[in-house]
Design a protein around this ligand. Structure first.
Ligand SMILES: Cc1cc2nc3c(=O)[nH]c(=O)nc-3n(C[C@H](O)[C@H](O)[C@H](O)COP(=O)(O)O)c2cc1C
Length: 192
């Protein structure tokens, strides 16, 4: 049975939680995931060993993690040869999903999500068959004083939580499960 690689890049750790959740969903569907953190090893796997690949990266200052950009650039041809999914974790997606925003705000956040992903695809030249933007988290308890202050100002503007004594997780886990189930269903027989 060939495994599914879940390769992720994270700054504050939320994308690791997303990757672990994806792994649990794949296991529940009879598949065998292996997790790799690009922050620990920038080139951790031989891609052709796997039946499929899930790449997950968060967004900071309008860009996905540099180590993910480098990894995809280095392995684009191999990635194009196999079933691949890309998960983009951001708080623009959280803002786009939030109820209570105006139609104009919603359109603005949705456009930001799209343009950030489009930038990643343009930078890497890679176009995976499956792509999903996922709402991230505000981890005030992990930020330094300056980042906490800036993130709170952004949160006020976007309708996110502003109590800096706690963290906020905006990920739609059920929506992520549906995406992973579609991906799992498309895995070749070798993965089972
Ligand atoms: C300093 C900083 C900058 C960020 N910049 C963006 C951004 O440009 N766009 C966005 O949608 N989210 C932005 N975020 C939100 C992160 O994408 C979100 O917190 C995500 O969950 C982080 O995932 P990670 O913990 O895996 O790194 C930023 C967060 C921080 C702390």
């Amino acid at each position: 049975m060939k495994a599914i690689a879940i390769i992720y890049a994270t700054r504050e750790g939320h994308t690791r939680r997303v990757a672990e959740h994806i792994a649990a969903t794949l296991i529940a569907h009879g598949l065998s995931p292996e997790l790799y953190d690009l922050g620990a090893d920038p080139d951790p796997v031989t891609i052709h060993r796997f039946a499929g690949i899930v790449l997950a990266a968060s967004v900071h200052f309008g860009r996905h993690e540099a180590e993910m950009v480098d990894f995809v650039k280095s392995h684009r041809a191999e990635l194009e040869d196999m079933p691949c999914a890309f998960i983009s974790v951001s708080n623009a997606k959280a803002a786009a999903e939030r109820t209570g925003t105006t139609e104009r705000q919603h359109a603005q956040f949705a456009a930001e999500v799209e343009s950030t992903i489009a930038r990643f695809f343009k930078e890497t030249g890679w176009h995976p068959r499956w792509t999903m933007p996922v709402a991230g988290a505000l981890v005030y308890t992990k930020y330094n004083v300056l980042v906490r202050f800036v993130m709170k100002q952004i949160a006020k503007r976007t309708g996110a939580g502003t109590d800096t004594s706690r963290d906020y997780v905006y990920t739609d886990w059920a929506g992520l499960d549906r995406f992973v189930e579609d991906f799992a269903a498309a895995m070749p027989v070798a993965a089972r």
